[in-house]
Design a protein around this ligand. Sequence first.
Ligand SMILES: Cc1ncc(COP(=O)(O)O)c(C=O)c1O
Length: 408
Amino acid sequence: MRSERLFEIAKRLIPGGVNSPVRAFDPYPFFVDETEGSKIRDVDGNEYIDYCLGYGPLILGHNPPPVFDAVRRELEKGLQSGIPSNAEIELAKKIVSHVPCAEMVRFTNSGTEATMNAIRLARAYTGREKVLMFDGAYHGGHDHVLFDSKGAKSPGLPETLLDSTLVAPFNDLEATKELIDGEDLAAIIVEPVMGNAGCIPPREGFLNGLREICNDVDAVLIFDEVITGFRLSMGGAQEFFGVKPDLVTLGKIIGGGFPIGAFAGRENILREVKPEGEVFHAGTFSGHPVIMSAGLATLESLESENVLEEASEFAEKLFDFLRKKLDYSVNQAGPMFQIFFTRDEVESAEEVRESNGEKYKSFHRGLMNEGVFLPPAKFECCFTSGAHSPEDLSLTKKAIERIANEVE
Ligand SMILES: Cc1ncc(COP(=O)(O)O)c(C=O)c1O
């Protein structure tokens, strides 16, 4: 097997053989050769229907022609200059026109940088330090958000940061209120649908409740829409659920398959960013014209085609099928879904932890052998795209039927 051999070589050169931990799974991950539409082909010639989709950016599927064309046109003008270009304005305009809270936007190179800068901005704007996040959320790999209900998620985090981050259970307004009581709260940061604890939609009234809490204590409400932005709707989760935050962080889809992030929001807050204000943010590659053009072409395709509706309908059909066929808990929100091997409803990260991980692994491996690729961990979210066809749906259902007895 070429993948197995490549993994052995990779392990000698790269810690764990991968450049992001979730990519490693037992006994070894397959190595990709080519991708197209809804499919991945590995170096051993196996083909998979892909529900991982690069962990979220590929809402149009792999290699959409409009994005390729836009990138080629931009590349002909040059790679990168570090000097402002019109491409940045065009993508900023598109974001501002769709995302309800976005009056101004600043581009970064990753979602991690987007949340890091949004949090810094919220702290500077309010002159306070405490930030509340939710157990099970992932806001990127920087030191200010690597926490869960048990504390720091990694060695190497300064002890002092533990004092400035509060962690509440998702979907629990009462616990959230208790935690912030008497605290000098700068911000609440929340994934409106938790896509890093599988897929957990907010309970009715939860996001509104967070909005009210922030209003009451004059704190900044940040929606981390790195996953939900331009996925749940063109205006993201804030449009989908009708709750407007003060700041939003974006990434994944807005880069059309290239590294990107952005923080956006109310003009009076964004104007605090350098060079207009004093809050630091900079980046050699921020606003990279090739990436801007890929993002713009992606958003234009989403505007002109029914991608989000079709991808959501596809996910809903799969959701219905999984629930009937396997009798386990399944969550879905638009083109996002995940199955949890528990018979209880899953509304918090703790409930995901309690679900059967070994069964998820068997399910993942079983489907891979049948030509269907899901993210390898129960804490990740499955995605559908505009490239998934009715044939993909029926092949996926058949694959699930063939392996159903392995996870009963
Ligand atoms: C909700 C959320 N925020 C932030 C990030 C970090 O983005 P990036 O991997 O581009 O740094 C991710 C990545 O998966 C994410 O899902």
